[in-house]
Write a new protein. Sequence first.
Length: 337
Amino acid sequence: MFFQSSKMSTFGYFWFVMLAILGVISYSAADLQFNFYAKTCPKAEKIVQDYVHEHIPNAPSLAATLIRMHFHDCFVRGCDASILLNFTSSSGNQTEKTAVPNQTVRGFDFIDRVKSLLEAECPGVVSCADTIALVARDSIVLTGGPFWRVPTGRRDGLISNVSEALSNIPAPFMNFSALQTSFANKGLDLKDLVLLSGAHTIGIAHCPSFSSRLYNFSGILGNQDPSLDSEYASNLKANKCKSINDTTTIVEMDPGSFRTFDLSYYTLLLKRRGLFQSDAALTTNSTTLSYINQLLQGSLQNFYEEFALSMEKMGRIGVKTGTSGEIRKQCAFVNSN
């Protein structure tokens, strides 16, 4: 039964080739691509860019939180705008947005306003997931930061669960091993870890994300993280987070340069002045420490180019394309059928 007629073999080979070709076509159509909306909504990227250019100069601090939103979205179920959902039938009201790591994320209304403009131009065409990706990029560029390419064609997810956000978003208290695992689970390597952490060169943090390093390190009340520069720690205690119970004070992640996308974040790491435990962890591994030194020995333009590659890579994590998911009419809600 291992032998077939020549005619049957030819017929079978023909269909094998046709299925293979169809498979390639299907995969290509479903993949992300640059200028995905060229025919279906040619003004889409310009609409996003114009809105960002009009409003971010009045609120430049939003750039940091918008790129953080993009990062947090991609690390949970892929870049599918699940972070924007207020409710899904599978999770009740406990969506990703309610998870502790996302409670300080801002800019949801900004995304909603951009999306409403896109809907007015091309109803049901541009996804919320692509909107986040484009807004994050354009916001960083407008504040003087790096440009990266954003392929589009993402579709929006239907599920958002608080527990998945808690288990997938890298925490500020993670050690190196946990960070490595978290990034590897998303297809990102140690170089990506170092580069994407560089986004901490802009923006602010709230005391609870790092105050244990000052007052309760390793769960022992009164202990201070020995890896944290003592002078820096003393300043934080005296002038910023004056007690472990402070939940409202905000602190610059890159003191003196928190609105400039530059290399000073990495300089501070080598001075043991990274704000988060996860920042300090980057200097505890020889590979990541080597990447940090290479960045500091290179130019700002080199950092921008390397950062851009990692951002594009991150933006492809677990994307839904083709017929997966949907194009939400409103980013906070799945479409009603």
